[in-house]
Design a protein around this ligand. Structure first.
Ligand code: B12
Length: 307
């Protein structure tokens, strides 16, 4: 990363330290915090200087909990926010998992959430890629099957720990309106669970009541649970080697089981599926049915439904 990109505005510095912008300006003016001034008179602070300043003062900051990696996490956050580049964060995340440090991994996800990195972005740009690297590590023999399982387990734990913001969602819905209900699970035969857990987290955080069915759910059960709970949404996750034929077969069966008295939308997601494809031709009875291969388009779709 070039030096220019690691330079913070006073507003960004304040947000990273969790203090008011006026404190940053004051520390700069006093010379306590090193900064430079642009031609236009704006103060600019290098991330490393900010981290040094905060640790010397023993400030109680979330960023400092990353110890030696604090500057890297700060830089990573900036890069992610400004350029959508998660490379630094990805390295920190993978390293935490490789060391079995679920605390650090969870702390990283939580820290990014608090800095307005949406769950969908976190999952698409950080957790998904980290899992792919773990998969490659296994295929190329760099990781044993035990390591692969252990690291996957840590990611699963971290996503579950992230589930705390669901309470936020609960509060959001308490303004008299009935909560929206979604049925979420994995396609029949599917044992890769992280995609479904991600969807559960995203919907719960937005205030949905999630009926979570977990792994390997018979397709008919999705319909049964949707009817029973009068869910407005069904979300199904699937991974290779299951592909398009299995996905289409499930969509057709669900369309046949559709009950027009309980209107519902359907989302099927997984890495091998066409991106954000409308399935009206396959599932005409649903209010809407779509394939997704990433969480961000799904998130936008959900927001449009809620609007
Ligand atoms: C961890 C893992 C496992 C774990 C899963 C544990 C668990 N609790 O989930 C275990 C060890 C059980 C496992 C088993 C198997 N696995 Co596996 N596994 C993986 C690995 C390393 C990571 C998968 C993962 O969790 N990714 C995280 C997900 C969430 O990320 P993602 O795919 O990018 O998801 C994004 C999108 O797809 C989308 N999305 C996903 N779901 C949904 C749902 C909705 C509604 C929406 C909107 C979006 C969405 O958003 C996500 C975020 O961006 C992958 C490697 C890889 N390249 O992915 C192999 C991988 C998927 N596995 C593979 C295989 C072959 C298997 C087995 C068949 C191995 C075997 N011989 O037994 C079995 C499956 C048996 C079965 N019955 O299905 C292959 C598939 C290859 C292929 N093309 O066929 C892969 C690619 C590894 C490889 N390179 O060989 N596996």
């Amino acid at each position: 990363m070039s030096d220019a990109q690691t330079i913070l505005s006073t507003r960004e510095a304040a947000s990273l330290l969790g203090v008011h912008e006026s404190s940053i300006k004051r520390w700069c003016n006093e010379g306590a915090l090193s900064c430079r001034t642009t031609a236009g008179g704006h103060r600019r602070i290098p991330v490393d200087a900010l981290v040094r300043f905060a640790s010397e003062r023993r400030m109680n900051l979330p960023l400092l909990a990353f110890g030696d990696e604090a500057a890297r996490v700060g830089r990573g956050l900036l890069r992610a926010q400004r350029e959508g580049d998660f490379t630094d964060l990805y390295e920190v995340a993978y390293d935490a998992l490789a060391h079995g440090d679920v605390e650090r991994f969870t702390r990283l996800l939580t820290f990014l959430r608090r800095h307005d990195v949406s769950p969908a972005r976190l999952f698409d740009h950080l957790v998904g890629p980290v899992m792919r690297r773990i998969g490659e590590g296994y295929v190329t023999g760099h990781l044993s099957v035990g390591e692969e399982h252990r690291m996957t387990g840590l990611v699963r734990d971290a996503i579950l720990r992230l589930d705390a913001p669901a309470d936020e969602g609960l509060r959001k819905q308490r303004n008299g309106r009935k909560r929206r209900v979604a049925v979420v699970g994995c396609l029949q035969g599917e044992v890769h669970e992280l995609g479904a857990l991600m969807v559960r987290h995203m919907l719960a955080a937005r205030g949905w009541q999630v009926i979570y069915l977990g792994l390997d759910v018979p397709t008919e059960e999705f319909a049964g649970q949707q009817h029973r709970h009068e869910a407005q949404l069904m979300c199904i996750s699937m991974m290779p080697p299951r592909g398009l034929p299995e996905a289409l077969a499930a969509v057709r069966l669900l369309d046949r089981m559709y009950d027009p008295k309980r209107p519902c939308r359907l989302a099927l997601g997984g890495p091998g599926l066409p991106e954000d494809r409308d399935l009206r031709d396959v599932a005409p009875r649903f209010l809407e049915a779509r394939f997704f291969s990433r969480m961000e388009p799904f998130d936008r779709w959900i927001q449009a439904i809620e609007a």
